[in-house]
Ligand binder design. Sequence first.
Ligand SMILES: NC(=O)c1ccc[n+]([C@@H]2O[C@H](COP(=O)([O-])OP(=O)(O)OC[C@H]3O[C@@H](n4cnc5c(N)ncnc54)[C@H](OP(=O)(O)O)[C@@H]3O)[C@@H](O)[C@H]2O)c1
Length: 365
Amino acid sequence: MSVTLLTGADGHVGTVLARWLLEHSDSELLLYVRAADDDERAAKREKLGALASDPRCRVTYGDLRAAEPFSDIARNEVTDIVHCAAVTSFAVDRETARAINIDGTDKLITFAASCPGLRRFGLVSSLYAVGLRNGVVAETAFDDSATFANHYEWSKWNAEALLYQRQDMPWQIYRVATILGEDNSGVVVQQNVIHNTLRLFYYGLLSVMPGDPDTRVYMVSTEFVASAIGRLFLDAEDQGIFHISDAGDDAMTLGTMIGSVFDSFLADSRFARQRILKPLFCDQESFDTLVESTSQFGGAVSQALDSVAPFAPQLYSDKDVQTNRSTEALGGLRTPNSKELLSAVSKYLVETRWGLKMPERSCDR
Ligand SMILES: NC(=O)c1ccc[n+]([C@@H]2O[C@H](COP(=O)([O-])OP(=O)(O)OC[C@H]3O[C@@H](n4cnc5c(N)ncnc54)[C@H](OP(=O)(O)O)[C@@H]3O)[C@@H](O)[C@H]2O)c1
């Protein structure tokens, strides 16, 4: 019997991946979630819902910041590991990013190396772990010569780099693009910098947009991410880096994306009545000045701009993302059409006013 340790099992990706693995493999799952006391444990079990009581799942608790976060786990029984846990905020400070994303990964690699029956170690990374690189981005290891838009990206690259030289370990790295929605229904469970930016547009609070209209934007659905990672984890080669993303040739540019979102918004009578114009693209310096000046007054606009700011440098950094290896390994599994996904998500966000109104369609998380 195989036993798969899944960290971050109650996170956005972790939950969907756990369900995928239950459906497509016969492995037992050890669901690793962060909890410090009984109250947090109870809350986490509730969040895990049906997963917590599934006969093939066991819940295990810990914190990656602890000295020995995996001391409660029997190393003899673990055959496979997927590392999903991370601090995922773009605004994270450097020390927190280091403690959780780098040192936490290092501790898990040490634990993995001591598991006698280990068959696979999968690290869930980010497409933006490659930093502010322009041009071709291949499914290969990168050196430390790039700068990063924020400490999150920096920490994800450092976590990857811990594996690059590990010839002794059957690792895979999954560089995931930005998750826009659950699937083609457009339902959004977890909002991020893109959803925040769209909200500013919708309410007419962002008349200028950071970025270059020709920069490509890489967006995927949670459904695709879980099934792509799941299939690679079960079947693909060891020591491979895989992009869980659309390819550079298929990706939307920022300019097309904004045009498409506005077309979707115009179908909403409230938005159409306001006669809001498309935002104008501005250079990085102008955007930084805007962020700085609004921060003096605080409020919703400032908060929203603050959420966009740590990612803004990437909107000037055009990447031609290669997906040859993952496309070949995934056979018939294709990324969702990003234009259709964006249109469905824009509609859902408007209908639910970014989750403030009860969604008319629901998902079970
Ligand atoms: N969502 C995206 O668009 C996206 C894109 C690219 C890559 N990724 C990568 O995908 C992975 C999963 O992301 P996600 O979107 O599912 O994020 P998420 O919903 O924020 O989940 C992160 C998980 O990590 C756990 N965690 C955080 N700090 C921890 C600690 N100190 N000890 C133990 N567990 C800890 C969280 O638990 P708590 O909730 O208790 O903190 C949560 O279960 C991450 O590695 C992320 O970098 C995500």
